[in-house]
Design a protein around this ligand. Sequence first.
Ligand code: G
Ligand code: G
Ligand code: MN
Ligand code: NA
Length: 253
Amino acid sequence: LKLSARLRKAIESGKLHLHYQPQVDMRSGQVRALEALVRWYDEEYGDVSPVDFVSVAEASGFVSALGEWVLRAACEQAAKWRAQGLAPMPISINLSPVQLQRTNIVTTFQRVLHETGMAPTLLELEVTETALMKNPEAAVRQLDEFRRCGVRVAIDDFGVGYSSLGQLSALPVDRIKIDRAFVRGIGHGDTGAIATAIVTLANTLGLAVIAEGVETITQQDFLLSLGCVDAQGYLYSEPLDPDAATRLLEQGA
Ligand code: G
Ligand code: G
Ligand code: MN
Ligand code: NA
């Protein structure tokens, strides 16, 4: 069977998994949110990276089904944590640009939130700059609608998509995630000029900011010196399977 057919089956039969990577306050190490990241192990193909299978789903016309599965799985996990009495933890999920071109995404997502008892204010959607530049009117309108019902929006991989300052200021977003390409070199010959500029830009536009791919104390301290306090990266934690994520949340309870 072709990869796309196997993927479609995996979605239908719930054979995908979510891992959760902590987003921490670098000053205290406290976990502030979790990013859900989809994983797929196929018996024939082995571990397939989401980089590959998300594009297959996009090309084969079922990325919305994949995205809805991811949302539902994240919300169901949150419901389990709630039932265990753990403190509410915001969850970020990644949206494919193709999902934002579908006009019924807001209604679909609202239905899933309702069915799983998930508070919209605990959900953040990560979208890339390119998603917002491709079909700006439709994307902007839907993201506006999400934000009106309390869902937060972040621009993922920020800095690699060349959006202009003017475009950025018009976007309905709450925060930007500094792409790890601009964090990686800090302490390894990179002056951090781009990261500095992105933090300044976020401050200017009144947006929150989070750094991705923080792997060293040098990178952490540099970002903190800029006033960027939130981060994600291997220095704190890899993406965790649900059991490990549960243990982490239990420690904080
Ligand atoms: O987790 P990992 O580093 O393997 O992720 C690789 C890429 O796959 C990242 O760009 C990430 O944003 C993307 N990705 C992970 N999970 C999802 C998901 O649920 N939906 C979409 N659209 N992309 C995802
Ligand atoms: O594009 P997006 O930000 O959604 O990608 C998230 C992916 O980044 C996760 O799948 C995760 O595996 C990867 N990632 C998270 N932290 C680090 C890190 O510190 N270094 C590197 N190289 N990758 C990371
Ligand atoms: Mn992301
Ligand atoms: Na990213």
